[in-house]
Design a protein around this ligand. Structure first.
Ligand SMILES: Nc1nc2c(c(=O)[nH]1)N[C@H]1C(S)=C(S)[C@@H](COP(=O)(O)OP(=O)(O)OC[C@H]3O[C@@H](n4cnc5c(=O)[nH]c(N)nc54)[C@H](O)[C@@H]3O)O[C@H]1N2
Ligand SMILES: Nc1nc2c(c(=O)[nH]1)N[C@H]1C(S)=C(S)[C@@H](COP(=O)(O)OP(=O)(O)OC[C@H]3O[C@@H](n4cnc5c(=O)[nH]c(N)nc54)[C@H](O)[C@@H]3O)O[C@H]1N2
Ligand code: SF4
Ligand SMILES: [Mo]
Length: 755
């Protein structure tokens, strides 16, 4: 073994948004196996922390799922290998033909990154610009867009909770013991649980691992969070718990909100959500009495009934008690690249999708209308699609409908490391180098007061036949003929003379040709990229991001020790375990509000109307045909979206069992390990039951990310577990954001005869 094979190399885990720093030691016969993996103590965010999943990353890097040649679909549906030059030329020509016939707006883009990779997506903006593509979406538009819309109205900024310092921590439809989402989640949860002065509140129908640690578990009936939160906020009003003085100074719209909350029948709402009124009231008092409260809402409410309203009520829960801009409460992180994009600055803009007329939030078309936008007999329908690092045929609602739509496209091109359910339907599949074979980073940088960015270096050479996304997008742009060779040569020469010279030449070129600005990432990659140290060309787009960040947040970046954008960029390039790029005070939150008067805006008319309407709804409706509520897609210790296809990565729960309460299991005569059939209005599947005391009667759950196929022998794909979206329907969605109700699917459960 050579020295490089045995040295520990710094990178990050790519299995959830925390991206904990890890160190990897390569080995094995070809020197490409992840023989050992450990937490990286030098990483300023995670400081050595990992969960059990990081140790299984070899299943991502090495396996039979990896693609090693561009593929073209034959008429009979099989694929043939083609070389990269042919693939790039044909993909560019065919997209250009769609653009020239139907307009660039008929070319839809989906994806741009998963939990560990956002650099590729940054370069895709150039390809989209070259094609005139205007509409796009990503997984965010089936989880976070309702919250983005609310944030845009109330704050014009995104917020996160400071759980490390919070006196009271509230987890709303969020199970951080399994799903993480906050730095060193399990350590923080245990610290809160241990400290008698601090209180953890969990709102979840299931007694989750997090709920087991909580002081207060509001075990609501599924889908009733809006009533629960409305009752909590109403209790503030009823019991005089509002932070009146603070609100007078910092907020507008209080009277309108209070008027609606006064009408809430707290006892009736408590009954709807199945929680004692006295418990709701004492919970409201505990929150109001705290010196600081941090709240995390996640999929349990963002993928359930009244989801945007629930996001709104979540914000009221902490705003009405003054929990913003102080330690332990809500803060506004510094951003290097803003993932929440235009939602926040654009005040939930009025753009609509061309066919369904769905609200576009943060630049994203709701995932639940994509199939409809393709299949409609409408002149503005999407005709072609580029999918990059996403698996819509598996991960979006109603897989049957989505497959039908993807098949109806004139052209589908997929960039992925694996032959996914979506890739299988594509006309061309372009194989990407893995996230450990190229420079990569994510823009999930939400920490505070020290915010961290980690540019990861490649650990190994790209698998032969694969390319990184920056290179793929650069070649597509070149094939589309949008990069003027003369201008590019001038920029390359300037870059060779130095970054200052390059900056001057770049801004001059963009001023002369504004279109060049939209191709920016690829221009930087080709011109500045080759001059970067250690082959870091894919980091070129970060040069612009670093400058933008330093210009927008000069004090924060300087406090972290970076004199300017150039210095920040150099630090990013040099840091192997990530760098602190901003240091902030809690009060900076006020400067980052983008409301017209710099205050929190408590009232949103549409939300107050929906809130009022709760009084006329008896709670979630039930259909005797489908008496259960299925949560389709729960995070467990061995789920990781669809990143790990090899089922042997799971050390427990190998096939992703269906969880059911003991009472329901008794009634149906089911035991753990038995086969059960779950049927929804949309589909039916057989799963293995797991009788689980943590479940309440009437509620069943299936894990996310199951139902992928994998060829253990490299030839015969075998599917493990239930693909949750064979059971979900596109029309079950929120009226504001179009986000799906994956956590609230009406279902029927039956023992499988003879099993
Ligand atoms: N029913 C139901 N559906 C759900 C959910 C649920 O709870 N219930 N959860 C939803 C949520 S919150 C999310 S975020 C989505 C996630 O669903 P996806 O977006 O499908 O999941 P990811 O795991 O992020 O994987 C995206 C793809 O990236 C590929 N990939 C990995 N590395 C690279 C790379 O370096 N380059 C390229 N080009 N590709 C790469 C993987 O092979 C995979 O195909 O699923 C959603 N779907
Ligand atoms: N292990 C693991 N971790 C992950 C991921 C993964 O695939 N595996 N994926 C990552 C991604 S992309 C995301 S978006 C996050 C998601 O992270 P979470 O949102 O925490 O994950 P879920 O388990 O999907 O849903 C959270 C909880 O919602 C509850 N729930 C169901 N119905 C309701 C309801 O009506 N009301 C309330 N209040 N709660 C309800 C469930 O019981 C569950 O405990 O996790 C990230 N982390
Ligand atoms: S899956 Fe675990 S180790 Fe990986 S980033 Fe998330 S918390 Fe960290
Ligand atoms: Mo997600």
């Amino acid at each position: 073994m050579t020295v490089t094979e045995t040295a520990w190399q710094q990178t990050a885990c790519i299995l959830c948004e925390c991206n904990c720093g890890v160190e990897v030691r390569l080995g094995g016969e070809d020197g490409r196996r992840f023989e050992r993996i450990r937490g990286d103590k030098a990483h300023p965010g995670s400081q050595g922390y990992t969960c059990e999943k990081a140790l299984r990353l070899d299943h991502y890097q090495n396996g039979t799922h990896r693609l090693t040649s561009p593929l073209r679909r034959r008429d009979d549906g099989t694929f043939e290998e083609i070389d990269w030059d042919t693939a790039i030329r044909e993909v560019a020509d065919r997209f250009a033909a769609v653009r020239d016939t139907h307009g660039g707006e008929s070319i839809f883009y989906y994806g741009g990154g998963g939990q560990g990779n956002h650099l590729g997506g940054a370069y895709s903006s150039a390809t989209r610009a070259a094609l005139g593509s205007r509409f796009r979406s990503s997984a965010l538009a089936q989880e976070k867009t309702g919250e983005f819309w609310v944030n845009a109205h109330m704050m014009g900024a995104m917020v996160r909770g400071d759980f490390e310092h919070a006196e009271v921590a509230v987890f709303l439809g969020k199970n951080p013991w399994q799903s993480h989402g906050i730095p060193h989640a399990r350590t923080t949860l245990k610290e809160i649980a241990r400290d008698p002065a601090r209180t953890m509140i969990v709102i979840d129908p299931r007694r989750t691992e997090t709920a087991d640690l909580a002081d207060i578990h509001l075990q609501v009936r599924p889908g009733t969070d809006a009533w629960c939160l409305a009752a909590l906020c109403a209790a503030y009003v009823d019991e005089g718990l509002l932070s009146t003085t603070w609100l007078a100074e910092h907020a507008t719209g209080l009277d309108e909100v209070v008027a609606v909350l006064r009408e809430v029948d707290i006892a009736a709402y408590a009954a709807i959500c199945g929680i004692d009124e006295s418990v709701l009231r004492s919970t409201a008092r505990r929150i109001a009495a705290a010196s600081s409260v941090a709240v995390f809402e996640d999929l349990g409410v963002q993928m359930s009934l009244h989801s945007t309203l629930t996001s709104y009520l979540d914000k009221l829960l902490w705003m009405l008690t003054g929990n913003f801009g102080i330690p332990g409460a809500q803060y506004v992180p510094t951003t290097l690249v803003n993932l929440a994009g235009s939602a926040v600055s654009g005040r939930g803009s009025s753009r609509r999708s061309p066919v369904a007329g769905a609200r576009i939030i943060s630049g994203l078309v709701p995932c639940n209308v994509i199939a409809e936008e393709i299949l409609a007999d409408h002149p503005a329908r999407y005709r072609a699609m580029l999918v990059e690092s996403g698996n819509p045929a598996h991960s979006l609602a109603d897989s049957q409908h989505m497959r039908e739509a993807l098949e109806a496209l004139e052209l589908l091109v997929v960039i992925d490391v694996a032959m996914t359910e979506t890739a299988r339907l594509a006309d061309y599949v372009l194989p990407a180098s893995s996230q450990f074979e190229k420079w990569e980073a994510t823009f999930f940088n939400f920490e505070f007061p020290h915010n961290v960015f980690h540019l990861r270096r490649p650990l190994l050479e790209p698998l032969p036949g694969t390319l990184g996304e920056p290179e793929i997008h650069a070649r597509l742009c070149e094939a589309l003929g949008v990069l003027d060779p003369g201008v590019m040569a001038t920029l390359r020469e300037a870059a060779e003379r130095g970054r200052t010279e390059f900056a001057g030449a770049f801004f001059e070129a963009v001023a002369a040709d504004p279109d060049l600005g939209r191709l920016g990432p690829v221009v930087l990659y080709r011109a500045l990229g080759p001059t970067l140290p250690d082959g870091a060309a894919p980091a070129a787009a970060l040069w612009a991001a670093a400058h933008r960040c330093a210009q927008t947040y000069p004090a924060s970046v300087a406090a972290a020790g970076h004199a300017d954008g150039e210095a920040l960029f150099d630090a990013i390039l040099a840091g192997r375990s990530g760098v602190v790029f901003s240091e902030d005070d809690y009060e900076v939150a006020w400067d980052r509000l983008r409301t017209d008067d710099g205050r929190l805006h408590l009232a949103i008319d549409e939300m107050l109307t929906e809130l009022r309407g709760l009084a006329d709804e008896p709670g979630p409706s039930t259909d005797p045909e489908y008496p259960f509520v299925l949560s389709a897609g729960e995070r467990r210790s061995f789920t990781a979206n669809t990143i790990l296809r090899d089922p042997t990565w799971r050390k427990r729960d190998p096939a992703g069992a269906l969880r059911v309460s003991p009472a329901d299991a008794d009634r149906l005569g089911i035991g753990t390990g038995d086969a059960v059939r779950v049927t929804t209005r949309r589909g039916s599947a057989v799963a293995t039951a797991d009788v689980d005391e943590a479940m309440q009667a009437g509620h069943i759950s299936l894990p996310n990310g199951l139902g992928l196929d994998y060829a253990m022998d490299g030839a015969t794909p075998v599917t493990t577990g239930v693909a949750p979206n064979e059971l979900t329907a596109t029309e079950d969605r929120d009226w504001v954001a179009g986000t799906p109700w994956h956590k609230h699917v009406p279902a029927r459960l039956e023992p499988v005869a003879g099993a």
